[in-house]
Design a protein around this ligand. Structure first.
Ligand SMILES: Nc1ncnc2c1ncn2[C@@H]1O[C@H](COP(=O)(O)OP(=O)(O)O)[C@@H](O)[C@H]1O
Ligand SMILES: [Mg+2]
Length: 381
C-alpha cells in the first residue's frame, strides 16, 4: 500500500501543504526545525489515529489557528481510498475522521486505512525505554491490523480508569475488605475478560514477530546474533508461565494477590497495562547488556520484522517512515535496508538534514523534496 497524496492544513508548522509522493523512495531534506519530523508525524497519525510523540491534538494545531486537517489518498490492492482527519478546538466532538467519505463513529475504525512502520531516533526507546514504550510498540502495530484489538485497548483503558477511581473512593470508606472486593467485582470481571483478550493477542503477535525478527537479525549480522522476544506478564517475572496457563485464571489470581495493595495505592497493579516485552540477544537482555551497535541492529531487525508482519496480516507491505535515522546506521546497514526496501517495492519516506546519495539501481521511482519553514517543494532533476 502507499500514500499518493497528502494535504495538511494548519498542522504544526504547515499552514498549507500539498504533496504527491512516489510509490518508491521519497527523500526529504531540510535543515533542523523546518518540519521534517512534523510531516512524518502527520502521516503516522493516519495510521494510529493520534500523534506518536505523546502530543495532544491541541498542540498539533498551528500556533494561532484553531483547527487542523490531515487529508490523504492511499492506494492499495483494492484501489484508492481517501482519509480525512479534522480537529477543531471549539467543536464537539473536536476530532472527526472519515475514510472513503464515510465518517467513523469510533476512532479505532481507522485501523488499516494506512498501515505504516515508523523508525526514528526515538525508536531506540523500544530497547532502552520503559515498559510503556514496548507496550506501545506492540499496541501501535496490532491496532493497525486488528480493529478488535483497538477496541479492546480503548475499552480496557476506560475500565481501568473506572476501577482506579473506585479504588480511591473505597479507600475513604470504612468497609471490610470482603465488601470492598465485592464492589469491585463488576468492573473486575470485565477487566479480566478484556485484559485476557489483549494479552492473548499480544502473545500471538510476539510469536509471529519472533521468527521474523530472528531472520532479519541473522541476516544483518551474518548469522552471528540471535534475537529473542518474550512477553513478560506483570507481577511475576516468569516468562514461561504465560504459555502454559489460561490467561483468565492467571489474571484472576493476580487480582486476588494484589487486592490489598491496589486498595492501598488506589491503582491497579496487575493486567496488560503492566506487562513488558523482553528483547534479548542470545539469552542476554539487550536493555541492560547490549552494546550501542547491537541495540541499533536489533531495532532495525525489529523494524524489518514489522514490515513482514504487516504483510503477513494484510497481504500488503506498509509504508515505511524513516525519520532522521539513516545517519545513525553504518553504511553497510543503510545499504541492507535500502536493498530490502527496493526488492520488496516498499514505499518509503526518508528524512535527513543532508541529501544522501542512495546508490539505488532503480532511480525512476524516486522523488526528492526540500523542506524549508513549513513549505515543501519537489526537487526535479
Ligand atoms: N503547533 C505548532 N505550530 C507551529 N509550529 C510548530 C508547532 N509545533 C511545532 N512547531 C515548530 O516546528 C518546528 C520543528 O519541526 P520538526 O518537524 O521537528 O523539525 P525537523 O525538520 O528538525 O524534523 C519547530 O520550529 C517548532 O517550533
Ligand atoms: Mg526531526
Amino acid at each position: 500500500m502507499y500514500l499518493s497524496t497528502l494535504n495538511l492544513k494548519d498542522y504544526r508548522n504547515y499552514r498549507q501543504l500539498e504533496c504527491e509522493f512516489s510509490p518508491g523512495i521519497n527523500m526529504i531534506t531540510g535543515a533542523n526545525a523546518q518540519g521534517k519530523t512534523n510531516l512524518i508525524e502527520s502521516i503516522y497519525y493516519l495510521s494510529i489515529g493520534k500523534a506518536y510523540r505523546l502530543a495532544k491534538d491541541e498542540q498539533l494545531v498551528l500556533w494561532g489557528a484553531k483547527s487542523f486537517q490531515i487529508k490523504a489518498a492511499v492506494e492499495n490492492r483494492r484501489g484508492r481510498t481517501n482519509i480525512e482527519i479534522r480537529y477543531h478546538q471549539e467543536e464537539k466532538p473536536a476530532k472527526t475522521i472519515s475514510v472513503g467519505g464515510l465518517r467513523l463513529t469510533k476512532m479505532e475504525e481507522l485501523s488499516g486505512a494506512l498501515t505504516s512502520v515508523l523508525f526514528s531516533p526515538d525508536t531506540m526507546s523500544i530497547i532502552k525505554g520503559s515498559p510503556q514504550e514496548r507496550r506501545n510498540f506492540l499496541d501501535y502495530d496490532i491496532s493497525q491490523v486488528s480493529l478488535n484489538y483497538g477496541r479492546d485497548i480503548y475499552k480496557y483503558k476506560r475500565l481501568l480508569a473506572q476501577r482506579n477511581a473506585l479504588l480511591k473512593k473505597l479507600a475513604s470508606l470504612s468497609l471490610r475488605l470482603e465488601e470492598k472486593k465485592e464492589r469491585l467485582l463488576i468492573w473486575d470481571q470485565q477487566l479480566i475478560e478484556c485484559g485476557s483478550r489483549i494479552i492473548k493477542k499480544r502473545l500471538a503477535v510476539v510469536e509471529k514477530l519472533t521468527p521474523l525478527a530472528r531472520l532479519a537479525q541473522r541476516k544483518l549480522t551474518e548469522g552471528k546474533e540471535n534475537i529473542e522476544l518474550s512477553y513478560i506478564l506483570c507481577y511475576k517475572n516468569n516468562k514461561n508461565e504465560s504459555k502454559e496457563r489460561d490467561i483468565g485464571s492467571f489474571l484472576t489470581e493476580a487480582r486476588e494477590e494484589c487486592m490489598e495493595e491496589d486498595l492501598r495505592w488506589g491503582s491497579t497493579q496487575w493486567g496488560p497495562h503492566r506487562d513488558d516485552l523482553m528483547i534479548a540477544l542470545d539469552g542476554i537482555n539487550l536493555k541492560q547488556y547490549g552494546s550501542q551497535g547491537q541495540q541499533r541492529t536489533a531495532v532495525l531487525a525489529l523494524k524489518l520484522a514489522e514490515l513482514e508482519f504487516f504483510r503477513g496480516e494484510s497481504g500488503e507491505y506498509p509504508l515505511l517512515l524513516l525519520d532522521d535515522v539513516m545517519s545513525e546506521l553504518d553504511e553497510n546497514r543503510q545499504l541492507q535496508l535500502l536493498n530490502f526496501i527496493n526488492e520488496k517495492s516498499i514505499q518509503c519516506l526518508i528524512t535527513a538534514t543532508e541529501a544522501r546519495n542512495l546508490n539505488l539501481r532503480e532511480k525512476r521511482q524516486n522523488k526528492r523534496f526540500y523542506v524549508d519553514r513549513g513549505k515543501i517543494e519537489e526537487i526535479k532533476t
